[in-house]
Structure formats: C-alpha cells, structure tokens
Design a protein around this ligand. Structure first.
Ligand SMILES: Cc1cc2nc3c(=O)[nH]c(=O)nc-3n(C[C@H](O)[C@H](O)[C@H](O)COP(=O)(O)OP(=O)(O)OC[C@H]3O[C@@H](n4cnc5c(N)ncnc54)[C@H](O)[C@@H]3O)c2cc1C
Length: 427
C-alpha cells in the first residue's frame, strides 16, 4: 500500500501523532498508517504513572504541560470517552537541606505563573494547614498545582488511537516496522513482515526500541534505556477533601471546572494530591478508586541500565519496595502501617539532558524521530502529537519549540538551546 505518513510505534506518542496527522489529511488519498509491533501501550506508555503536572524548570516544557493538561482535562467532554482523568492536585515539595532546590522551585513558580499556569508557593505552615496528613519540616516549600492530576494510561492510549482511526488512520497491530527503504537520501518506504509500505515520510516513535531501529539506518542517537521500578501500597483513607484542593486565597467563584472538565466521576474519592517529593526522592500517586498508591523513585541513576529493551524483565527488588514504602511514610506517616499492594517494572528512554528528541534527521530526508521523554513524557503527548503533525506536514510549528527538542542538539560542541533543568524529571 501507499501512505502519506507511516508512524512506527503505538505508545502514547505514536497514537497522538497519528491522530493529529489524520485530522489534517485526506484518509483516501493521503492515509496515515501506524505500525505497532505488539499491542497499543505495550511499551513505556501502558505502565506509566501518567501524572499531569506542569512544574518544570524550562518554559518550553512547562508550556506544553499546561496546554496538554487542558487537552486531557477536556477530553471526555469533547469525545464522550473517559480516560480516567483525576484532578487531585500536584504538590512538588523540597526541604530546607537543599537551598538550591528551594530557590529553583521559587524560580519555577514565578516562570510558570508568568505563562498562565495556576501554581502557588506554599510555606511549610501552609502545607501543614492545607494537607494535615503530610509531615513537613520548617523551611520546606511546595509548588501546588490544584488543577493538575493524572489519567489512566491504557485508557488514554486506546482512546487516542480510536480518535486516530475515526479520522481515517490505519492502526496495524502486531506488525513491526522491520526496516527503511531509502533511495538517493530520501525515504521511499517501510518494510514490514507482509509488505513494503510506500511512503516519503516516516516518524519513529518506538520508545526504548528507537535507538536500535535508527542504528540499523546508520543513525546513532544519544539514547539509553533504563528500568525504573514502582511499588504499590494500600492507600490510606482519603482525608483530603475537594474543597481543600482550592488554592489558598483563590476566589471560590473562579471556576476552572466551568472552562474545562474536572474529575470525570465527580463522586469518586480524590485522595491526597500527587506528591513529587524532591526531599525524599520519590513521587507518589494515590489511586483511591483501586485502593492503591503508586510510588516511584526520582533518580535515574538508581535504575538498572539495559543494553537493549528486549533484555527487560518484570522483577522488582525487595530493597526498592522497602525503600519506597519508607520514603512515602516519612512524608505521610499514615502509610507506615499500610500493606504492600504489588510492584511494577518498566522502561524509560533517556537522553543526556532528560528532554525528548523530536524532529527531522537530515541525513535521510523524510525521516523523523520522536522519543527520549526520559520518564516524564505522558503529560506532554497532546502537544507532541500536534507539533509533530505540524512539523511533518510543513506547517509552522506552534505546539513546541523545535530548536529546544532538535534531535541533533548534542552533536555540536556548543548547545544552541538547552534545558536548564537539573535532570530529574526536568525539575
Ligand atoms: C514507570 C513509568 C512511570 C512514568 N510516569 C510518568 C508520569 O507520571 N507522567 C508522565 O508524563 N510521564 C511518565 N512516564 C513517561 C511516559 O510514560 C513516557 O514518556 C511515554 O509513555 C513514552 O511514550 P512513547 O510512545 O514514546 O513510547 P512507548 O510507550 O514505549 O511506545 C513505543 C511503542 O513502539 C513499539 N515498537 C517498538 N519497535 C517497533 C517496531 N519496530 N515496529 C512497530 N512498533 C514498534 C513498542 O511496542 C511500543 O508500543 C513514565 C514512564 C514509566 C516507564
């Protein structure tokens, strides 16, 4: 067959890109084909925490997180399909032992407010007043985003894929992209087990498998694959009321819910906010509807390095599980006695500055890459899909900064444009 664009990979990035492309193209004359080697969401996306925070150090990323949060929050209202959106709020907390991080968080809050993100600095006293279940030492501060939360990752991937198909994209599951056909330096097609799909544009969004895929095309990308571990605890009974999720001092009449959707099931318990606990090095997402709280570490250096994603196994160390339990219990002592409720292993695709590689690879015309989200990409997927569709079709790119994410930004000695984050999750 012939396609206008072939997208390789059915994670959240692949389905978002396919959706936004299909929305712009004629399904008969200019079909979009998405190839997924196994099932939708089978890579990092299906195991994601899918936390939607906007707290970043780089304005380029914070703006994408802001726009994407609005997109996710309004998804059900626009499409009628639930993606499990929960507006539980996100607290990014730092302690007095790290003055540099305190300063960074203050700076981030000012920058984020300047671009319209609703976030507020809370002192240790305000944190304790707003969230009595949290233990905070004097001199701590938090950035509080009451409108942030999380989605269900698998429901989101399938819902985006359904939107792509509704607009005419073809999703071929269980079909790998085996190789690229190139003629005179230009893409000519993609080989699969069954045929060669003729196309002049290929977008590779194959997550952890992208590095090996590009290697076979003679392109070396600075990507690494690591195995983060996650532990689940039985959730503590919800003490956090929805009313407490209002920003201190914010006028009650200003209803964000009227502009965007709120929790998709307003009667579900909210639980406590998502915690990004920089002081104790973990993040936690309370899922009161399934009675569990997920805890993951924030330091990539603690993750096992994988030479190839096919080396991945599901084992999680008992030492990690116990560390995660102890770390969360330091912040919320009520967790100390909560039973373990399972573990999960997964994969991150890392870049040297923890920001994605998105854009063309000029050595082969028509070849684009979109990967390297380094453990924090799910929240950005709506902006990624829109921006990649704009880029590939030659439209002005409004959804992200193409220089900031340029795949070849590490190639020169001087980085023209670079991330100012400290690494961990772009903070
Ligand atoms: C444990 C964990 C927690 C996370 N928590 C968060 C969070 O709270 N918030 C957040 O914003 N982000 C989070 N992330 C990051 C986020 O989930 C990822 O950035 C995002 O899912 C990456 O999506 P992707 O589509 O690039 O890759 P993937 O989801 O890995 O998708 C790649 C797909 O390509 C397919 N594929 C590979 N090779 C081929 C081929 N040759 N042909 C066809 N298909 C192929 C794979 O099967 C796979 O389905 C987390 C990630 C993990 C692992």
């Amino acid at each position: 067959m012939r396609a206008k664009v072939v997208v390789v990979g059915g994670g959240i990035m692949g389905v978002s890109i396919a959706w936004q492309l299909a929305a712009r193209l004629d399904p008969i004359d200019e079909p979009v084909v998405l190839l997924e080697r196994t099932d939708l969401g089978a890579g990092s996306s299906g195991r994601s925490g899918a936390i939607l925070r906007q707290h970043y150090s780089d304005m380029e990323v914070a703006a994408m997180a802001r726009d994407s949060l609005r997109f996710y929050a309004g998804f059900q209202a626009r499409t009628g399909t639930s993606i499990g959106f929960r507006r539980c709020g996100v607290l990014t907390i730092a302690g007095p032992s790290d003055p540099e991080m305190l300063e960074r968080i203050e700076r981030n809050i000012r920058m984020q407010q300047s671009i319209g993100i609703r976030t507020q600095r809370l002192s240790s006293r305000e944190i304790a007043e707003q969230f009595p279940m949290l233990q905070v030492s004097a001199g701590s501060i938090a950035a509080y985003e009451p409108e942030a939360g999380f989605v269900d990752p698998m429901r989101t991937v399938s819902a985006f894929a359904a939107q792509a198909r509704y607009r005419g994209a073809i999703t071929r599951l269980g079909e790998s992209a085996l190789g690229l056909q190139v003629h005179a330096g230009r893409v000519r097609g993609v080989e699969t087990e069954t045929e060669t799909i003729e196309t002049q544009i290929v977008v590779v969004a194959a997550g952890p498998w992208t590095k090996a895929w590009m290697n076979q095309c003679g392109i070396a990308l600075p990507l690494r694959c690591v195995k983060p571990e996650q532990a689940f605890l039985s959730s503590v009974p919800a003490q956090q009321s929805r009313a407490a999720g209002r920003l201190p001092g914010a006028p009650a009449a200003e209803s964000w819910e009227q502009r965007f959707a709120t929790n998709e099931s307003p009667d579900d318990p909210v639980g406590h906010p998502v915690l990004l606990d920089v002081e104790h090095g973990y993040y936690a997402r309370c899922q009161p509807t399934d009675g569990r709280t997920r805890v993951g570490g924030m330091d990539y250096h603690d993750c096992q390095e994988l030479a190839h994603p096919d080396q991945f196994d599901d084992q999680v160390r008992v030492s990690f599980r116990d560390w995660a339990h102890g770390a969360l219990a330091k912040r919320i002592p009520a967790y100390a006695k909560q039973p373990h409720a399972g573990t999960l292993a997964a994969m991150y695709t890392l870049t040297p500055d923890a920001q994605a590689l998105m854009g063309p690879l000029p050595s082969i015309q028509g070849l684009y890459v979109c990967t390297g989200f380094s453990g924090h990409g799910f929240k950005l997927a709506p902006s990624v899909g829109e921006g990649m569709a704009q880029l590939v079709l030659g439209e002005p790119v409004s959804a992200f900064d193409t220089k900031f994410f340029a795949p070849l930004r590490f190639a020169g000695a001087q980085q023209a444009h670079g991330s100012s984050s400290s690494g961990a999750f772009g903070l």
